[in-house]
Design a protein around this ligand. Structure first.
Ligand code: AMP
Length: 381
């Protein structure tokens, strides 16, 4: 049994981005200090934390210094090497466990685990060379998506295949990395569930939400998702099944597609706070970040209740970062800025949340009106 981490204990967070920043803010409210491991000077998480170790994620000396300074280790960033994780886990408790991280780091391990657990995904096959890509396309059909098995996010490391002519250039672009071919899902919606689980099996899941992407990057989250009841039930049941099967201690996001027949398929899982859970900071008594910290600290998990409906809009890249003064000037938009110096294209700079009384999430025009200066253009997957 985990003894609850006492007040003033130090939580080590691997990764210095906005997820670490918002986790550290939640930890501070619970009376904990955070120590960040990151490669960056002046990272978003370091700006609001007590201390930082600047090191590569696989550099043994840096990892040892970091572990020596903390009481428990968690992460906001998944791409720590297996050796690095083993080293950290040999020194201090790591939650969620390194095994969970390993599964979520590799699309082949992840889909193998999901299918073995009885959770549906897009059809998939591992791809080693052009010959096996041709075989996989013959089995799965086109269109399909060729992805690197590791280190892919926000649409990086993936190419859509529409005709046989696309195979050689797509393979050349992504190889020699290990690859996976996935059947293209003609989805009606993308949804996700964020859930926390304690060491004693206590479980709390936020409501299912709907996610809209632009240029493969999350643009808008609607909470709750506007889905039929059976879809919601499937999504919640999948999140529970995955959390239990992983014996999760911590927080987990499950990203899912709803296909045209109302079937729910898992795209990927992330054992950490997730962009599609940012709305919980403003619309829930206890946010995803608080549940993350509570779960890894061995504290009681409160219900993942929602007092309001919400729309969350990311501020991505220089164009949307430039809307910040307009955000501040618009009553009702709840502003969040991440402290990043440079607004590069595709970089998540901040987000805004707009709340609505429970049960009154408006339609498209109402959402656009409520977001005012940051209303998105046409949503595209
Ligand atoms: P990922 O990096 O796997 O999260 O993919 C990023 C985005 O690409 C997803 O949110 C979807 O919009 C799209 N996508 C990924 N895989 C598929 C698939 N098998 N079928 C259709 N769209 C996909």
């Amino acid at each position: 049994m985990i003894r609850p981490l006492p007040p003033n204990a130090t939580i080590g967070l691997v990764g210095g981005g906005q997820l670490g920043r918002m986790s550290a803010l939640a930890a501070a409210r619970l009376g904990y200090r955070c120590h960040i491991l990151t490669r960056e000077k002046d990272s978003p998480a370091s700006q609001v934390s007590m201390a930082t170790t600047i090191s590569d994620y696989h550099e043994p000396d840096g990892l040892r210094r970091f572990a020596a300074a903390v009481d428990v280790i968690s992460f906001e960033f998944e791409n720590v090497s297996a050796e690095g994780l083993d080293l950290l886990a040999s020194l201090k408790p790591v939650r969620p466990s390194p095994e969970i991280l390993r599964v979520s780091q590799d699309r082949v391990l992840e889909k193998t685990f999901l299918n073995r657990t009885g959770v549906a995904t897009a059809p998939w096959m591992p791809v080693a060379d052009l010959g096996s890509l041709r075989d996989a396309v013959a089995r799965i059909g086109l269109p399909a998506i060729l992805k690197t098995t590791r280190l892919g996010y926000d649409g990086k490391g993936q190419v859509t295949l529409r005709s046989a002519d696309d195979l050689p250039p797509a393979f050349a672009t992504l190889s020699p990395k290990p690859l996976i071919l996935e059947g293209y899902i003609d989805f009606s919606q993308e949804i996700s569930v964020v859930a926390a689980r304690g060491e004693d099996g206590a479980y709390a899941a936020f409501d299912t939400v709907e996610n809209r992407h632009r240029n493969h990057i999350l643009d808008v989250t609607l909470a709750p998702a506007r889905v039929p009841e059976p879809v919601d039930r499937q999504a919640q049941a999948i999140a529970r099944k995955v959390a239990d099967a992983l014996d999760l201690v911590g927080l987990l996001a499950v990203e899912m597609f709803v296909d045209r027949d109302g079937r729910v398929l898992v795209n990927e899982i992330a054992p950490r706070p997730h962009n599609s859970g940012h709305w919980t900071i403003d619309a829930c008594p206890a946010s995803q970040f608080e549940l993350h910290i509570r779960a890894i600290a061995g504290l009681l998990l409160p219900p993942a209740a929602r007092h309001s409906d919400a729309v969350m809009k990311n501020l991505v890249g220089p164009e949307e970062a430039a809307l910040w003064p307009a955000v501040l000037a618009t009553p009702g938009l709840i502003p969040h800025l991440y402290g990043k110096d440079e607004a590069r294209p595709g970089r998540k700079m901040g987000h805004v949340t707009r709340l609505f009384p429970r049960g009154s999430l408006p339609g498209e025009f109402g959402i656009a009106a409520a977001l005012g200066p940051v209303a998105p253009g046409d949503p595209s997957p």
